[in-house]
Design a protein around this ligand. Sequence first.
Ligand code: GN1
Ligand code: MG
Length: 363
Amino acid sequence: MQSYENELRTIISHFAIEGSLVFLKANKEGHINSTFISTFEENGLFRKYTHQRINNYVFKKPIEVMKNISAVTNHIRSKLIGNFDDIDQRCLRVVRTREGKPVHIDSEGGYWRTYHYIDNVRTFNTIQDEPQAYLLGEAIGNFQLQLSDFDGESLYETIPHFHDMGLRYEQLEAALDVNHNSRLDLVGAELQFLMQNRDRGSVLWEGMKEGRLPIRVTHNDTKINNVLFSPDGAEALCIIDLDTVMPGTILFDTGDMIRTATTTGEEDATDLSTVSCDEKLHKALIQGYLSKATFLTDLERSLIVESGRNITQIMAVRFLTDFLNGDKYYSTARENHNLDRARTQIRLMQDMDAKWDILNQSI
Ligand code: GN1
Ligand code: MG
């Protein structure tokens, strides 16, 4: 970060923040955007901010991303006002530029945004126990409930066809031709498994496109570490990473929460024996979710367990695709990082299949 620090300071100076910058550090969480945390001091008071360079390889229209986020956070805030006195712990707050814009464009054309940093919270990469799984489910259900009266039509589709399984398979097929560094040699079993499971994967996207599943406002990235908990872990306070808030089926959100909150291993574990779907966490998670998601249709309810397997599948396909493309999309920290990620997702799918009847008792 050293060499970059001066440029970063210039970028930050464009945002409407009072006081002087006293500390800056990089944050390595997240696979997509580059993130930095600053501390400002003003009259002896310290405040922290999150600065992110929006990845415009992934998000082609960063300004639309920020318009969505402003609209959605304003809506959620309106629900919190009068009910909580710590609203800034429970909803992201955008800091605009000194010209009043949600994004600053730097000299290289990079798109930057700033939020108030939400301090005194904890995140988890795996769930610790059933009460925590319940809290997480409740938080995702509550997020959807808060947005259930929001006009989804007014949102931009920040990544079109994001959860379109058919398209994701086409992208995988195209990546077979790229075959970066002959990586195909390493993925025979994974590819075979994913191809065998291709048809089953279309159920959510097609159900939505064909009008059987209602379109609602969805987060689309409800992985567990996008939920901020209180320091003691006893309360799920805030859902962050609103980049992919778009119209969609709520099953995309139940799916990603199941994928990330019921697994016993890390998303990039290299020891696959650590990866399994914990049926007790699964049940608690879904019960927590259902306690808030009172708006579901019968078909939505009946597909919740399938959604967990489905979103795990789409992530397996996407990670494998990026591996074959030479790691263009997700940040990686080691040679076979995306392959390791694809393998954990496949292992999780297989374990879900093995436990299918038990998992269906969670509803
Ligand atoms: C990416 O931004 P981050 O790291 O929360 C990805 C999600 C995946 C996730 C897998 C815009 O999310 O779709 O589920 O990685 N986001 C985008 O960990 O592609
Ligand atoms: Mg994200």
